[in-house]
Design a protein around this ligand. Sequence first.
Ligand code: FES
Length: 363
Amino acid sequence: METAIRRPNWLSRLNAVWAPPAVLDFWLSRLNPLWSWGHARARVIELHPEADGVTTLVLRPNRHFRGFRPGQHVTVGVEIDGVRYTRSYSASDMPRADGRIRITVKTVEGGKVGAFLQTIPVGSVLSLGQAFGELCVPDEPAPCLMLAAGSGITPLLSLVNAQAAAGFRRPVRLAYWARTRAQLVQAEALRAFASRHPNFKVHFMLTGEASQAADELEGRIEPRHLTTLLSGDEQAHVLACGSYGFVERVREVLGDRCLSFRAEAFSPPPRVIDASDQGHVRVTLLKSGQTLDIPRNKSLLEALEEQGVKPRHGCRMGICNTCACGKSSGATRHLHDRSVQHEPTQALRLCIQAAQSDLSLEL
Ligand code: FES
């Protein structure tokens, strides 16, 4: 693993008097881009094309990265044409002894960061957030049904690899939806697991091509698929990952066939904005001393960015907590369920809250 600067606490305190960490980080990164006084960074050491528009990056983090659990995500930061961007990606493999982490990146239409990462030179250094996310396989030994659509496969690959390392001690079935065969990621590795472990089965669900192989089925998820995935009146712990629409459809189709249901969507639910969300409010940024007028019909993150303020952010959909900041006063409205919060908080997520009244924020 590459170098990060480790220092005892007394040295941190002394340093805080001598020079702010941001200044030290600047000079350390001039000596070696991976060096930092306190921030996780990672060097890109391998790139593996996986499928149409999909590439896996192998990253070697510095010692500030605290590791991850299968199913978790990390926030990656890159600079493109002088502008800093951050995006969240799932780890696509389980943790390994060498500390390396794999993320699998897909190009999306108009998406700058995905396209940039797919051709990033080996040796480049990225900033890395600490891992987050709660998707996991429950401990009870009941069957586990994993359902993935498109990029939703990445955290499930990490979980399948972890189950494989443990010898598939419980029945695990994976159904993986893609439009075409060429878009499937790690199909052969999954087939290899299935051929070696009777407790693991994989089904590739194609929505834009006819099925050909014995482990392929056609069509979007519907009740008839359950008879293939679950035998008789069998129930399973279900993990689902895909777009918001996919996850909601899975929930609907499964009904009461699951012992537990854990899901992660990589797209947010539709935002509920109505005619009453008009006008502007005054936002006071307590740390910078700025006062701004922002619209009530946008997320606080978007509204602040339009005014030239650049809060830290990652997923932009309320998962990673990167954008959380304190709110000392005022009311905000949740953009997904329209609930209104009047109380002061330390953890207001700017990407999924809109201003309801004048606000004071710890920014
Ligand atoms: S940016 Fe991830 S929670 Fe707001």
